[in-house]
Ligand binder design. Sequence first.
Ligand code: SF4
Length: 262
Amino acid sequence: MENRPKKRIFIGLLVVTCLILFFFIFLLWYIPMVGLRNIHSSLPFLFTLVLAIFVFVMLSGGLLLVFTILSGKENFLSQKLRGIVAKVLFPFMILMGKVMGVSKGKVQQSFVELNNHLVRSNSHRTRPNRLLILLPHCIQNFDCQIKITGNIRNCKGCGKCEIKELVELSDVHQVKIAVATGGTLARRIIVENRPEAIVAVACELDLTTGIQDSYPIPVIGILNERPHGPCINTRADIQKVKEAILDFLGPEKVMGVPSKDV
Ligand code: SF4
């Protein structure tokens, strides 16, 4: 998954949306001017002031977002920006993507990349026992008869799927791990475990809704690989999962190295 082109999709759509929005704001400003002047001479000024503040806030927010993405540095609004991207901008970007012929899947992937970037630039740190690895059920080998939803540690570690390696990874870093069959179970797992941060593996649709639903909990989303098509024998990039874990735990908590605040 190439990071840069995907983030660019979201930023490109954002810029086009802003330009269109500014055009409509101009119309909104220009058209009622004549009528307002007839009501009171100071109303056009007040109306202009309100719209100017609105445009300023939007422009500053957009520039701050682009700056955060380009610099990769944390700023005092990083967390809020993540929320605005997830809750406000994303639905607009899907709509704009439709208008501009960018597929929903591509916009979702772009959103996940952008979210990951913002989470990482925010330098969230958590204790191992408050970090949750959340996996989709389709990673389990389709022919495996063992029930791992509810308790992933029922896995016998035969190695036919990546559940074995992921459980080992969670053991090494002493972080929680769970499998969800869908959004409802995923939400229940999150409520029960009360994680401070989540590393989620899923398809772009589930990652997108998961990131939105979990806000303000920071989520690093890792897109699963689907060599056999969607929802069957999918795969996770173990290296990416490991990197995401270390992003949350910080270098001082790498495998077996005791940390002062644990
Ligand atoms: S690694 Fe675990 S979950 Fe996967 S097929 Fe083997 S026993 Fe089943």
